[in-house]
Design a protein around this ligand. Structure first.
Ligand SMILES: Cc1cc2nc3c(=O)[nH]c(=O)nc-3n(C[C@H](O)[C@H](O)[C@H](O)COP(=O)(O)OP(=O)(O)OC[C@H]3O[C@@H](n4cnc5c(N)ncnc54)[C@H](O)[C@@H]3O)c2cc1C
Length: 406
């Protein structure tokens, strides 16, 4: 274990950076400082699903109960429906051991629960990283407000536009998916009494609509994906009228229950869906990446944050095995080797999942689409939900040691 006065800077106080702060403190026993550019911690007013593979990590970090207490566990498996509301298949919602289930989280609640588990003094708001340099003394970081400091190592958890990533020599181009999503929440008390407390996805021709419960079932999240050129012409997100969203799902071809849900939406905003090709490296010396900075993916498998949570556990496991500060670059290389492969599969899988939901898949053959979604459900449980990030990192550590001493 490196000494407890080892200092690590985490750039970015999003869901990835905060989870990394908890993991590095509790598992690797190092001192962390989180630098966030915004003047307060926050998130957009929409939902996110914490999946079983992330719950397993959060449980070991000792924060799952607090998160579950403010989230919503659905009544049962979710459903994929066609545009008219006919069932295509059920959706995976728990791991094979039935220990962990999907939890619908209102994003500001998740940020709040994670921030409560981090020592408040270690979070520095209003600090936008502007420069980073590796020197003989460590990594020097400098912020827009003039503050600078030197750390033993730096973790870039600063999202899709990462300012740390160029230091690793990675300059991925954002790739626009051709789709925007309308996002927001509905007050659950306005829904009909028999509205199912599960995740539902309606899939039509080139568009889909998803909803699921959040915040102890007081809110329902919605995400509606439709094709659009809008982000190519201007900003990547913005406010919009509910009537614009309603028009996308109007007409006889759509389930009247879905249209009823849409009629209860008071407010929405649009968001362009971008990702990038998998990076070829995440670490350089004592600097590494985590979360969207390392692997922005489309949201169609609901795995962006969940992968950042897995990253956090893997990073902490490799760091805990470092004996001195001089071992940190090797710990970061091992972390990179294990995590890059996992997340690259999910980056590509998320594109494929989006194409399936939106019936753009292999010339819109709906029968094939439906069959693939059924197969995808079982894959999702075994390959995504059952994954144990700590176990995988621990096993890899043993293999790395064997190779080193053979
Ligand atoms: C519609 C939609 C639905 C989604 N649903 C899910 C889901 O159900 N499940 C799931 O797992 N994922 C989901 N995702 C993906 C998920 O939102 C992202 O993967 C996740 O937010 C990434 O977290 P992060 O902490 O890595 O990055 P971010 O959330 O982008 O946080 C980065 C932080 O770094 C800060 N920062 C940036 N630059 C600097 C700088 N220079 N200096 C200091 N601070 C800086 C930012 O202000 C920000 O706070 C969804 C995404 C979308 C668009």
């Amino acid at each position: 274990m490196v000494s407890s006065d080892t200092r690590i800077a985490i750039i970015g106080g999003g869901m990835g950076g905060l989870t990394a702060a908890i993991a590095l403190t509790r598992i690797a026993g190092v001192q962390v400082t989180v630098f966030e550019q915004a003047s307060r911690l926050g998130e957009v007013g929409a939902g996110v699903t914490v999946a079983p593979n992330a719950s397993r990590v959060l449980d070991r970090l000792g924060v799952l109960e607090q998160i579950r207490a403010v989230g919503a566990v659905p009544d049962g498996h979710g459903v994929y429906l066609d545009a008219r509301g006919e069932m295509v298949t059920d959706a995976a919602w728990e791991d094979s051991g039935r220990q962990y289930r999907n939890i619908g989280m209102y994003r500001p609640d998740l940020i709040d629960a994670l921030a409560r588990a981090v020592d408040g003094d270690t979070i520095h708001l209003g600090h936008r990283l502007t420069s980073l340099e590796t020197t003989a003394d460590g990594v020097r970081v400098e912020f827009e407000n003039g503050v600078h400091d030197v750390f033993d190592a730096v973790v870039g958890a600063d999202g899709i536009h990462s300012a740390v990533r160029p230091h690793i020599g990675q300059f991925p181009e954002p790739v626009y998916s051709g789709y925007i999503v309308y996002r927001g929440v509905v007050d659950a008390s306005r829904l009909p009494d028999d509205w199912p407390m599960i995740s539902q996805v309606w899939m039509g021709d080139s568009r889909h609509f998803m909803c699921y419960p959040l915040q102890q079932r007081k809110l329902f999240n919605f995400v509606a994906g439709v094709p659009s050129d809008r982000p190519l012409e201007g900003p990547w997100s913005g406010p919009c009228e509910v009537s614009e969203l309603a028009a996308e799902f109007a007409g006889d071809g759509w389930d009247p229950r879905l249209q009823q849900f849409i009629s209860l939406i008071d407010k929405t905003f649009w968001w362009g869906l971008f990702d990038h090709e998998p990076l070829t490296n995440w670490s350089r010396g004592p600097v590494t990446l985590l979360g969207d900075a390392a692997h922005t993916m489309l949201p169609h498998q609901g795995q962006g944050v969940n992968q950042a949570i897995e990253d956090s556990m893997a990073l902490a496991t490799f760091l805990a095995a470092a004996e001195t500060v001089a071992d940190i670059p090797e710990a970061f290389r091992r972390y990179t080797a294990v995590r890059m492969q996992r997340t690259a599969i999910l980056q590509h899988g998320s594109r494929r999942a989006g194409a399936m939901f939106d019936a753009q898949y292999e010339f819109a053959d709906l029968a094939k689409r439906d069959a693939d979604i059924r197969v995808g459900r079982d894959f999702r449980r075994s390959a995504v939900f059952d994954y144990d990030a700590e176990k995988v990192a621990t096993r890899a550590l043993a293999r790395f040691r064997k190779v080193q001493y053979a």
